[in-house]
Design a protein around this ligand. Structure first.
Ligand code: AMP
Ligand code: ZN
Length: 664
């Protein structure tokens, strides 16, 4: 078999496995086998860039960075939908339809997925563009990010038309959303409010490898295009499924509004078992001929109607407002409710967000309140039943001092949250910070768990993460439930954490807004903790993707005497506070201040190697040519539009060899 055949076969196989796993939800090989095959393909592709394919399964991991998303005009407008809320609304709609078309009308009922709408363009079976809805007339080109979503087919199967658009919704299933939020909370960041906004935000991330990490899914529901040889909505769903798209199976073809209502009633209940959010049902006239006769109003198709589910509400009593202190000192007020059934679960607590929210709704203890579970996972109080309010009730006084350590709370300008400033004396902050330090994505200390940390703090054995390295076996053995063996493991685990790379230590320090990704960026840019400590706010802001909020927070952290002392102690213990020597050996500053665009296919190195070489030597890689571009590195088959743009802006085009000479 020739190399080309080998590559094509691997791509085909991986595509099928992707499809089995992400679209059909029925994997036929193990993750491990899949990874091995992917690695094989990657290796072959690196060696043979002449067989580059923009839709290869290896590109699912992302990596391309988009600075500005181009605006694209939709070939066919993306309409919104008219809404209905009752049987009467639907019967009215039917009456209007029957006046405009002849013959019987049947309907497809589909679920209304709550995410970000997307339009995908396919030509000759390949995905060539993905555009957000925008204002319906034009949207943003988010192709690089959408390509990382595994259920979006990059190549189609079967008998597809040569060119068409398909519309659908990018959603973030509950489970993945919850996981993302756990990670954010661990990084001291505010959790995302709901899956829908997070899904649409994910499409606009500049670094597509970040999008690739998010467990997004793409559900399709409409075809648009000329001469598709299809006569009904129901048929188009079936066809799209055949071509490899993920088209949910829940849709039904019915012949009357009664059938529609049955579907609605069933799903109003059952939708709670779905892995992603739905906020209603979309009813479409099935026959495409009839759809055409009905046409559009200025805003929406006359042949479709959304039916919105009522958000689930319950009435209950608010027993008490309590206050939680997070690892960063942020105070969160919590409503403790009389337990009540809501959307299939028992609700005992609801978030009250912050002082403003409590004041705005005038929420008080002992009130009767309406609780709602909408897009948000944590239920919220939407209003108070004032008619049931106790005569002698008084407005809630927000706490002014910390419930855990009694320190007076502060509230920074422009921030909604109150904070306990007693960073080193407030138990939940002390414990939270150490728990964060030892967590999986930070120092990942084996043999030490969150509860043991709390115990060690309570027993006065540690008050910060540096103290961990002073712990002696004899000190921990007397602790509750601590056997000789576990004590050994604990001490050993702590010692082993000295090998954890700098970027993860930096994350572990618990600097506000310095999550995993930011820590990586900072570590890569500054290479050592000393360099970060020495950096001014302006310098920090100049680092790619570091904004003012992060820069200020970093400065503030290292200006703290105690923090610097902790860092010095970590250094003395031998914790990694700089990039390791062998990593450093491959890095230079030769290309500092220069921005490169890479285009075409290369002989000596792969595109990814080339990009890595640029970054390792201090240069920046950008995906589009602008006046800021220093060089375009061009291989064979450089895109004609890029060539034209480079020439127009007078940007120097260099070859692969020129580039290699540049870095010596
Ligand atoms: P709205 O934003 O409330 O006007 O509702 C219209 C949006 O519903 C469309 O833009 C789609 O993004 C979304 N939608 C979700 N599920 C469907 C579906 N099955 N058919 C059509 N549109 C849908
Ligand atoms: Zn406190």
């Amino acid at each position: 078999m020739s190399v080309e055949q080998q590559i094509n076969q691997l791509r085909e196989e991986l595509r099928q496995h992707n499809y089995n796993y992400y679209v059909l939800d029925a994997a036929t090989i193990s993750d491990y086998e899949f990874d091995m095959k992917l690695k094989d393909l990657q290796a072959l592709e690196e060696k043979h860039p002449e067989f580059y394919d923009a839709n290869s399964p290896t590109l699912r991991v992302g990596g391309e960075v988009t600075k500005n998303f181009n605006t694209v005009v939709h070939e066919q407008r993306m309409y919104s939908l008219d809404n209905s809320y009752s049987k009467e609304d639907l019967l009215d709609w039917e009456t209007r339809i029957k006046k405009l078309v002849d013959g019987d009308v049947s309907y497809t009922c589909e679920l209304k997925y709550d995410g970000a709408s997307i339009s995908l363009t396919y030509e000759n079976g390949e995905l060539i563009r993905a555009v957000t809805r925008g204002d319906g007339i034009q949207g943003d080109d988010v192709t690089t990010n959408v390509k990382t979503i595994k259920s979006v087919p990059l190549k189609l199967k079967g008998n597809y038309p040569p060119k068409f658009d398909i519309r659908g919704e990018i959603v973030l299933p509950y489970e993945g959303f919850a996981k993302m939020n756990q990670e954010r909370i661990a990084a001291g960041e505010e959790p995302y409010a709901n899956p829908r906004n997070t899904a649409s935000g994910s499409l606009k991330l500049q670094d597509s490898s970040e999008t690739a990490k998010r467990p997004l899914d793409c559900l399709l529901y409409n075809l648009a295009g000329d001469r598709l040889g299809i006569s009904s909505q129901h048929e188009s769903l079936e066809k799209a499924r055949e071509w490899g798209f993920k088209v949910p199976k829940e849709s039904r073809l019915v012949t009357s509004i009664d059938g529609v209502l049955e579907f609605i009633n069933m799903w109003d209940e059952k939708r709670r078992d779905l892995p992603y959010e739905t906020d209603g049902v979309v009813i479409k006239v099935n026959n495409l001929q009839q759809q055409e006769e009905l046409g559009f109003t200025s805003k929406a198709p006359r042949w479709a109607m959304a039916y919105k589910f009522k958000a689930e509400q319950a009435v209950t009593k608010l027993n008490e407002i309590t206050y939680q202190v997070g690892r960063t000192g942020a105070i969160t007020p919590v409503a403790n409710l009389e337990p009540v059934q809501l959307a299939g679960t028992t609700v005992k607590r609801a978030s009250l967000h912050n002082a403003d929210q409590i004041a705005k709704l005038d929420i008080r203890e002992e009130d009767t309140v309406f609780v709602e579970k909408g897009g948000e996972i944590i239920p919220k109080i939407i209003s108070v039943d004032f008619t049931k309010r106790n005569k002698n009730s008084v407005p809630t006084k927000y706490i002014t001092s910390c419930p855990e350590c009694d320190t007076e709370l502060i509230r920074k300008e422009g921030e909604a949250q109150h904070y306990c400033p007693n960073v080193y004396g407030c138990p939940p902050q002390i414990i939270g910070r150490i728990q964060h330090y030892i967590s999986r994505k930070a120092l990942d200390i084996e043999g030490l768990g969150g509860e043991t940390v709390a115990l060690l703090v309570k027993e006065g054995l540690i008050t910060n993460y540096a103290d961990l390295y002073d712990l002696k076996k004899e000190q921990v053995i007397p602790l509750e439930r601590m056997a000789e063996k576990s004590a050994d493991n604990l001490i050993e685990g702590i010692a082993k954490s000295k090998e954890i790379p700098f970027e993860r230590v930096l994350f572990g320090l618990g600097i506000r807004y310095v999550g995993e990704t930011v820590a990586k960026k900072l570590a890569k840019h500054y290479k050592s903790i000393e360099a970060i400590i020495a950096a001014t706010e302006e310098e920090l802001v100049n680092v790619d993707e570091i904004g003012i909020k992060i820069a200020q927070s970093v400065r503030e952290f290292f200006e703290g005497e105690d923090n610097r002392m902790l860092v010095n102690r970590l250094m003395d213990y031998g914790v990694q506070l700089q990039i390791s020597a062998d990593k450093l050996a491959n890095q230079t500053d030769t290309l500092k201040g220069q921005t490169f665009v890479v285009s075409g296919v290369f002989e000596k190195v792969s595109r990814n190697e080339l990009k890595k070489l640029i970054e390792d030597n201090g240069g920046k890689v950008s995906s589009s040519i602008s006046s800021k571009t220093t060089y375009v590195v061009a291989g064979a088959n450089m895109g004609p539009s890029k060539l034209e743009k480079a020439n127009k802006l007078g940007i120097t085009i260099i070859s692969e060899d020129d580039f290699l000479n540049l870095i010596g």
